[in-house]
Design a protein. Structure first.
Length: 306
């Protein structure tokens, strides 16, 4: 147990490949996804407290993100306390840079950061695999937010196989003013499939090509392997995303796709200086609320100096 504060940060993710299988009996879809952790971080600070309290600043602080037990961080704290047999006593602050409901797993990043920060504050001695088990109970993307780097996700996304890929990939994230609800995007995919307008998902696309490309150094190879089954339903719900994807290509992207359930557009740059130029062009296009140049892979949730 530490007496002072503990600070942890966790990254956003981009799904470089997202294959969505048919709806399962438990209401989830079978996924096959390749996650990449990118350099846009939320920071969670925890201090000793009496019971749980939560404050939030930055993205979503206008009321979009709840600061009560509906927040994934609150649930993470209760889950870890129960697991460790300690009282859930902590004052928690979230400094959010990852926009909410953007397809960047911001809530999952916060939950993963809270797990590692509270583990240190409470001295629970949970090991990495204990934390991964708790993360999987909190949400499909939380184990990856904990893990970081590059990983293949299956099941609901929570079953991870690490992928060793050391090359640096530069991206520009084009973030919209209004988020998209992940369940609404999945529901639209189910509708498109029922109408026969997109493939039914029985044959999940292979991921070997994208993994090989990420292990290499050719942006064109990664660009050629980008895929997201949620892009078609996201485009139905947000027709303006078509222009946003085109703008990314016009600005020099090697490739672009909708990140996860959207509406963020992730545009792959050929190198770091190309990313800076592309970010400036996309910021000037007026199509996005915010534009961020990021790179990946970066590590998952970590305690950092206070
Ligand atoms: P994913 O890519 O995993 O589908 P997302 O990035 O689209 O997720 P999040 O930002 O993780 O979406 O959160 C979606 C919703 O979850 C928010 O609209 C909010 O109501 C709720 N939520 C609960 N806790 C948090 C949190 N700590 N940060 C953001 N959203 C949270």
């Amino acid at each position: 147990m530490t007496s002072g504060e503990v600070v942890a940060r966790a990254p956003a993710k981009v799904n470089v490949h997202l294959g969505v299988g048919p709806l399962r009996a438990d209401g989830f879809h079978e996924l096959r996804t390749v996650y990449l952790a990118v350099s846009l971080f939320d920071t969670v600070t925890v201090r000793p407290g009496d019971g749980l309290s939560l404050t939030l600043s930055g993205e979503g602080a206008d009321g979009e993100v709840p600061v009560d037990r509906r927040n994934l961080v609150w649930r993470a704290a209760e889950l870890l306390a129960t697991f460790a047999g300690v009282r859930a006593d902590a004052a928690i602050d979230i400094a959010k840079k990852i926009p909410a409901a953007a397809g960047l797993a911001g809530g999952s990043a916060d939950a993963a950061a809270a797990l590692v920060a509270l583990d240190a504050l409470w001295g629970t001695r949970a090991d990495r695999s204990d934390l991964a088990g708790l993360a999987a109970q909190l949400g499909s993307d939380v184990p990856f937010s904990l893990h970081g780097g590059v990983a293949l996700g299956s099941g609901r996304g929570e079953e991870l196989s690490p992928v060793l890929a050391r090359s640096r990939w530069d991206w520009v994230l084009g973030i919209a003013g209004e988020g998209l609800s992940t369940p609404a995007v999945y529901a639209e995919l189910d509708r498109l499939r029922a109408d026969g307008r997109v493939p039914d998902g029985t044959d999940l696309a292979p991921v070997e090509q994208v993994i090989a490309a990420l292990r290499g150094t050719e942006p064109a190879a990664v660009a050629g392997a980008l895929a997201n089954d949620l892009q078609a339903p996201a485009l139905v719900l947000r027709p303006g995303l078509r222009r946003a994807l085109r703008a990314a290509k016009d600005a020099g992207a090697a490739g672009a796709l909708v990140s996860g359930s959207g509406p963020t557009v992730a545009a792959l740059a050929t190198d770091e200086s190309a990313a800076v130029r592309m970010a400036a062009a996309l910021a000037g296009s007026g199509l996005f609320r915010t534009v961020r140049a990021v790179h990946g892979p970066v590590p998952g949730a970590r305690v950092v100096p206070a």
